[in-house]
Design a protein around this ligand. Structure first.
Ligand SMILES: [Mn+2]
Length: 359
């Protein structure tokens, strides 16, 4: 690929197309939606028929993005499918998306705009499995453009614009929009900023580069409400999640001289907190952030007697060893597995299973 002008190839393909669908990955995050919307807004300015094709509701924390008329729900029938798991948010710009009582379901793809599309662009999806039911569209004969920054992306598109040094796919989309000669505007800027900001943890992860800041600086010329955006991305939580924080803070147990933190959340505890499965997301980080802790483990009951174990480590402890022992997997610093046991046995089980890390 070296030496090929990938941006030029993609720009040329898009300029030649009339109708374009941009696919976000499932478990919609700020980078995939920000990238997709920014590109669709830019293509609309070029007079193209372009939509974002999703199969889930827009998450609450991305509700400020200018989805307008541009996000379509992929599905065979009204209310089809499994899109309803996440707490439904919605685009605060109305327009075609307002029929659901949650206000958050994208408009259904109607016969008129269900394709066929000349070009499908997939943004931020390391493999087609992340597209759910829409993966079948890749076989529809349309040209597939794969834009991504995941190092594991194997290039399933006809054109693959994959740059794994980039912190966010939104960075690549920014350069592509420049290449298309489309002028930035406030709506595009908020989308690009969202992608870079969320994938860098608010410019705090190791993937943050001067390039990220340079693009963000240009986007801020459009007078974005940075405070509101960061609040929605990183700080806004539900009351259920707040109660979970309290529960974890009060229930964490420390072992191996404070190097291992363990918390067990039973089904009945979760119910008593008035919290949902989604509220448990990220709770394992509470233990990991405590000074001295090297490994944090959270066990939460997903079915009676069945626990999902989330493991996180700092420094060099390899939590994937334990995860693999129980049929799970992951990375050195973040892994997971499922264990069937009684709630009262779970803590001891984890402490014993993690002993190898504290010799
Ligand atoms: Mn990304």
């Amino acid at each position: 690929m070296a030496g090929r002008d990938l941006y030029g190839d993609v720009a040329e393909k898009l300029r030649a197309a009339e109708s374009i669908a941009v696919l976000v990955h499932n478990s919609i995050d700020g980078d995939t939606l920000g990238s997709a919307l920014a590109l669709v807004l830019a293509l609309a300015k070029l007079g193209k028929k372009a939509v974002v094709l999703a199969e889930e509701k827009i998450p609450e924390n991305l509700s400020m993005l200018p989805c307008g008329d541009y996000v379509r729900q992929y599905g065979e029938g009204a209310g089809d499918g499994d899109a309803g798991e996440d707490a439904g948010g919605g685009c605060d710009v109305a327009g075609g998306a307002g029929e659901s009582d949650a206000g958050g379901a994208p408009a259904e793809v109607g016969a008129a705009d269900a394709g066929p599309w000349d070009v499908l662009v997939v943004v931020d999806a390391g493999d087609p499995g992340r597209l759910g039911r829409r993966a079948r569209l890749l076989e529809s004969g349309a040209c597939v453009i794969n834009i991504d920054h995941h190092i594991t992306n194997r290039g399933y598109g006809d054109i693959n614009l994959i740059i794994s040094d980039a912190a966010a796919t939104a960075e690549l989309v920014y350069h592509l929009i420049c290449r298309l000669g489309v002028a930035m505007d406030r709506d595009i800027a908020v989308c690009i900023y969202t992608g870079i900001c969320t994938d860098t943890g608010g410019f705090s992860y190791n993937n943050t580069t001067s390039g990220c800041h340079e693009i963000a600086a240009e986007m801020l010329r459009f007078d974005l409400d940075v405070n509101k955006l960061h609040y929605l991305f990183f700080n806004a939580i539900t009351c259920g999640k707040l109660r979970c924080h309290g529960y974890v803070a009060n229930s964490l147990k420390f072992h191996y001289s404070g190097r291992l933190a363990v918390v067990v959340i039973s089904d009945s505890a979760l119910e008593a907190l008035g919290a949902t499965e989604a509220d448990c997301e990220g709770l394992v980080d509470i233990g990991r952030n405590v000074r001295g802790v090297e490994v944090s483990a959270m066990a939460r009951e997903t079915k009676p007697g069945e626990f999902r174990i989330n493991l996180r480590s700092r420094n060099d402890a390899d939590v994937s060893i334990m995860a693999k022992r129980f049929g799970g997997g992951g990375h050195v610093a973040a892994s997971g597995c499922t264990i069937c046991a009684r709630a009262e046995d779970m803590e001891g089980l984890i402490v014993e299973a993690m002993a190898y890390a504290f010799d």
